[in-house]
Write a protein that binds this ligand. Structure first.
Ligand code: GMT
Length: 379
C-alpha cells in the first residue's frame, strides 16, 4: 500500500498557470490522503475552502532600511527549514526554478548539517526557462538548482528540450504535463449568462491570461477587429496585467470597444469559459498553455500559435487551428473558418473537449505520486 506523505509545496500564489497547477496538485494530493503544506508569500488564489490536510505557511519579509532589495529567497529558505523540521515533511515540491528551487537547495543544505534529509522536486513551468534562460545572469543559479534537485519535471517535451538547450543540465528531466481537475467539466453553459454578453446570432471569442507582453494581446485585438465584421461576434478578455491599457486603447482606435469586454481577473473562470465558442491564444512563447487546456475542457476550440508546448495540447485541424507567431492574416482566416460553419464548429468543440480528457487529473496525479515515492526511496 502507498505511504501517505507530508509534502511541502512552494509556488507563485498569484494569477498564472504555475500557481494554478501547484495549488490544484496540492488539493488533489490532500484529497488522496497526503498532508500538504503550502509555503508562499500570500494565499494561493485557487486554494479556496479549508481542508483538514492542507496548511498554509506565509513567508513574511520584513522591511529594513538597509535592504534595497528584500531578501525573499533567504527568508523562504529559512521558512522551508522551519516547516520541514517542525512538521516533519517528507519532501519539498517547488514550482519554478528561481527563486523556489534555489531556495529549496539552500534549505536542503542547511538541514543536511543537522542530519535531516530533504528530497527536492523541481517542476519547470516555462518562463523560468524560456525567458529567464536567455538572461545570462541567472544561468549559473538556475543550472545549479536544477542539477541539485532530486528530481526535475517539465510540463511539456518542448520545455524539456529548451531546458537542455539553454542550461548546463546533467540531470534527467521527466515530462509530466499539466492537468485539469473535475471542476472544469462540471460547469454547464448558462443561456442567461450568454445573453448578457452576446446576441443570439453572435459568437463569443474568449482569451484568458496575465496580459504580459509574451501573450501578444494586441494581436488578439487586431484579429478580432477583422473577424467581427465577417462573423458577428463578441470578444471577452479574462485576466489583467501590463498590456491591458494598451489593449483597451487599441480597441478605441479600431472602434470596436462596444464588442469587447475586459472582465479582469476571476477566481473561477469556468462559468465564463463555458459560454464561449472559440478561445484565442496568440502567444510568442508558451511552454504548455494551461489556459488553452482549460478552455478546451469547457468545449472551446483553440486558435493559437504553434510555439513551445502548444502543439502538445492543441491539435491543428482537430481541437483548433495553429499559426506562426504574429501571423494575423492566418489567425483571422482560421477564426472565420471555424465561426462561419455551425456544424464544423460543433465538431471542433466536441473534439476539443474530448482531447482535454487526456489531461484529467486522474491520469496525471499518479505520475507525481510515483515520482515522490521514487525520490524518497532513493534520497
Ligand atoms: O504564462 C504566464 O505568463 C504564466 C506562467 C506561470 O509561471 O504561471 O505560465 C507558465 O506556466 C504554465 C503552467 O505550467 C504554462 O501553462 C504556461 O504555458 C507557461 N507560460 C509560458 O511559457 C509563457
Amino acid at each position: 500500500m502507498q505511504r501517505m506523505l507530508k509534502i511541502g509545496i512552494v509556488c507563485y500564489p498569484t494569477y498564472g498557470g504555475s500557481g494554478v497547477v501547484a495549488t490544484e496538485l496540492g488539493k488533489a494530493l490532500a484529497d488522496q490522503g497526503h498532508e500538504i503544506h503550502f509555503i508562499t508569500y500570500s494565499q494561493p488564489v485557487r486554494l479556496g475552502a479549508a481542508h483538514k490536510r492542507i496548511r498554509y505557511h506565509e513567508v513574511n519579509v520584513s522591511e529594513y532600511p538597509l535592504f534595497y532589495y528584500p531578501p525573499y529567497e533567504s527568508v523562504l529558505a529559512s521558512k522551508m527549514v522551519d516547516v520541514v523540521k517542525y512538521e516533519q515533511l517528507d519532501l519539498m515540491h517547488v514550482h519554478y526554478a528561481i527563486p523556489h528551487a534555489s531556495a529549496a537547495i539552500t534549505a536542503k543544505m542547511v538541514l543536511a548539517e543537522e542530519g535531516i534529509k530533504l528530497p527536492v522536486i523541481t517542476t519547470l513551468h516555462g518562463t523560468d526557462i524560456t525567458l529567464l534562460g536567455k538572461d545570462a545572469s541567472f544561468e549559473p543559479v538556475i543550472s545549479f538548482a536544477i542539477n541539485k534537485s532530486d528530481a526535475v519535471t517539465a510540463v511539456s517535451q518542448s520545455l524539456k528540450n529548451d531546458t537542455y538547450k539553454l542550461f548546463g543540465i546533467n540531470q534527467e528531466i521527466e515530462v509530466i504535463p499539466n492537468f485539469l481537475n473535475a471542476e472544469h467539466e462540471a460547469v454547464e453553459t448558462s443561456p442567461e449568462l450568454r445573453r448578457e454578453y452576446a446576441d443570439t446570432n453572435e459568437r463569443i471569442i474568449i482569451h484568458m491570461s496575465n496580459f504580459r507582453p509574451v501573450k501578444r494581446i494586441l494581436d488578439i485585438i487586431e484579429v478580432f477587429a477583422r473577424v467581427q465584421p465577417a462573423a458577428a461576434s463578441k470578444l471577452i478578455l479574462l485576466g489583467d496585467g501590463p498590456e491591458r491599457s494598451r489593449a483597451e486603447q487599441k480597441c478605441r482606435e479600431l472602434n470596436i470597444s462596444e464588442h469587447v469586454t475586459f472582465v479582469g481577473n476571476l477566481k473561477h473562470p469556468q462559468e465564463l469559459l463555458s459560454i464561449g465558442d472559440l478561445f484565442i491564444l496568440p502567444s510568442e512563447s508558451e511552454s504548455f498553455g494551461l489556459a488553452a487546456l482549460e478552455a478546451m475542457a469547457s468545449g472551446l476550440p483553440v486558435i493559437s500559435t504553434n510555439t513551445g508546448g502548444l502543439p502538445e495540447v492543441n491539435r491543428h485541424g482537430v481541437t483548433g487551428m495553429m499559426s506562426d507567431v504574429g501571423d494575423i492574416d492566418d489567425m483571422v482566416k482560421n477564426c472565420i473558418y471555424l465561426l462561419e460553419d455551425a456544424k464544423r464548429l460543433a465538431k471542433f468543440k466536441s473534439q476539443a473537449k474530448r482531447r482535454a480528457h487526456d489531461f484529467s487529473i486522474d491520469k496525471i496525479l499518479p505520475l507525481y505520486e510515483q515520482l515522490y515515492q521514487q525520490v524518497i526511496t532513493h534520497a
